[in-house]
Design a binder for this molecule. Structure first.
Ligand SMILES: C[S@@+](CC[C@H](N)C(=O)[O-])C[C@H]1O[C@@H](n2cnc3c(N)ncnc32)[C@H](O)[C@@H]1O
Length: 493
């Protein structure tokens, strides 16, 4: 698309014009920035007024899709020739316009520190336009990209894989903590776009074209992240490569999980954003267990949402720009018929993590968790792995000292004036934001977990205060402690 020398020169131009996320946000203000995130440009136009400086020209071209004069484009970008050749800008009879978006992007905190740019196709629906995307459209940073980026465990690794890289957003962030990043995509335009994104940010990505794991054969990775094209749609009408694969129902996501597990190095982690089919004759957890159990990996699967077929189809017809078109009802009906034929009565959406822990008794947990979480979640997923590793035998659990996370609040609920509360809830102000109801004895044990005494000593003391048998109390408390360790309430002192 654009060689590295020209990409670096373009990045210099962007930087010196103040076309970074921080400076553009400062210039436009919060309202215009929020409006751009909603794909409307009027607030940004108001903020820019008739300004004609280089930063304004870049915002107009790449974010508002305006045509600017050749002089303004040249002043901002320098020699336009290589950029035209690479399709980044195009000359028209009225001036110069963008051929794709080069967007400032930044992310910081929780193991991430990035500021640069992302290249992606021009969004077709600015200002309420009824835009349709080309089938090989390369999507920019979407809410799903952000969700995956935030759930990614950011610890140093040797080799990471970004499957279905698109504009390259996950790879940019992986490059901050992986020695070697392989980025793959079925769509050659996406591979080229990710290459441009890498060039603009001075990153070396190992870019490969092909479907699923074909481009990596049997190479192994310490971390695999993917936001794959999980949309389950009928094989009729045009298909948008960024969202739908060529597989039936949720077969693509199944293959991502099963074949991904095969490519995990010892200790490696696979993190997937996915959709799965829900049918009347199988619980969703059984369906996913059927994928996961044979891999021999530990797993945490959280179903965040369940949509009925109508809700699901409407979301994706809207996404394809079909609302308001004559095709809408026919495409809707074809989609319903497709689900009917496959027995799909709903769609589960959520997060899948596999861990090649080497355990002979893999810890596989599948839960519905539609509640609010505290982003970013990478640390919560890492804490889950640590919790599973720490929650060993009953004897071990009792022999260790544990510390209750200081971000846990206790909520008590009961009748006014009552001597004892009816409910005691321990709620996390972090991570998955879990809440667990405890009884008096468990509450007393948890309250004493400050890293000083072992669990056995605390259980003994609580048993004597409550005048109950210590062994019986231990037998009751240990499974709950194990759960609380896995869920990140308690960590070894
Ligand atoms: C939803 S986009 C995700 C893009 C990017 N990783 C992100 O997080 O925003 C899915 C990507 O998968 C790619 N893709 C589609 N089918 C694929 C396949 N069979 N194998 C690999 N990649 C595929 C698409 O071209 C697209 O870039």
């Amino acid at each position: 698309m654009l060689d590295r020398v020209h990409a670096a020169a373009l990045a210099d131009r962007l930087r010196s014009a103040g076309y970074t996320l921080e400076e553009v946000t400062d210039r436009l203000g919060a309202e215009a920035t929020d409006a751009l995130a909603r794909n409307t440009t009027l607030a940004a136009r108001d903020a820019l007024g008739d300004a004609a400086d280089a930063q304004a020209a870049l915002v107009r071209m790449f974010l508002l899709h305006d045509t600017v004069s050749p002089d303004a484009a040249g002043a901002a970008l320098g020699d336009l020739g290589p950029l035209e050749e690479a399709g980044i800008v195009a000359a028209t009879s009225d001036g110069v316009r963008a051929g794709l978006e080069v967007r400032p992007y930044a992310a910081a905190g929780a193991g991430v520190d990035f500021s640069g740019w992302i290249a992606n196709d021009l969004i077709p629906i600015l200002d309420g336009r009824l835009g349709r995307s080309r089938p090989d459209y390369v999507l920019g940073a979407s809410p799903a990209s952000t969700t995956l980026a935030q759930m990614t465990i950011r610890r140093p690794v040797a080799r990471a894989l970004d499957l279905g890289t698109g504009c390259g957003i996950q790879s940019l962030l992986l490059a901050g903590h992986a020695d070697h990043v392989v980025a793959t995509d079925l769509n050659p335009r996406a591979v080229a776009m990710a290459g441009l994104t890498a060039g603009l940010n001075g990153l070396d990505l190992d870019l490969r074209t092909g479907s699923l794991y074909e481009p990596v054969a049997d190479e192994k990775f310490d971390l695999i992240v993917t936001n794959p094209p999980y949309v389950m749609s009928p094989p009729t009408g045009e298909r948008l490569v960024y969202r739908e694969g060529l597989f039936s129902a949720d077969e693509l996501v199944r293959r991502v999980v099963v074949e991904g597990a095969d490519r995990l190095a010892p200790g490696g982690v696979l993190q997937v954003l996915g959709n799965w089919a829900v049918t009347d004759d199988e619980d969703w957890t059984d369906r996913l267990r059927g994928w996961i159990d044979p891999t021999g990996c530990d797993a945490l699967v959280l179903q965040r949402e369940h949509l009925d077929p109508y809700e699901y189809i409407e979301v994706w017809l809207n996404d394809a720009g079909l609302v308001g078109t004559d095709e809408y009802a026919a495409r809707y009906r074809a989609w319903l018929d497709y689900f009917d034929a496959l027995g799909i009565t709903g769609v589960g959406m959520g997060w899948i993590m596999l861990h090649r822990s080497g355990s002979t008794t893999p810890d596989v947990r599948l839960e519905e968790w539609p509640h609010a979480v505290h982003q970013p979640l990478g640390e919560a997923f890492a804490a889950h792995l640590a919790g599973v590793a720490a929650a060993t035998s009953d004897a071990d659990l009792l022999a260790r000292a544990w510390r209750l996370d200081e971000r846990v609040d206790v909520e008590t609920l009961g009748r006014p004036g009552a001597e004892d509360p009816e409910h005691i809830v321990y709620r996390q102000r972090y991570g998955f934001g879990r809440a667990v109801e405890v009884d008096t004895a468990l509450g007393a044990v948890l309250g004493a977990c400050d890293g000083d005494l072992t669990a056995a000593q605390i259980v003994g003391a609580v048993a004597s205060i409550l005048e109950v048998d210590a062994d019986a109390l231990a037998a009751e408390v240990v499974p709950r402690l194990r759960q609380l360790v896995v869920e990140g309430y308690l960590a070894p002192a």
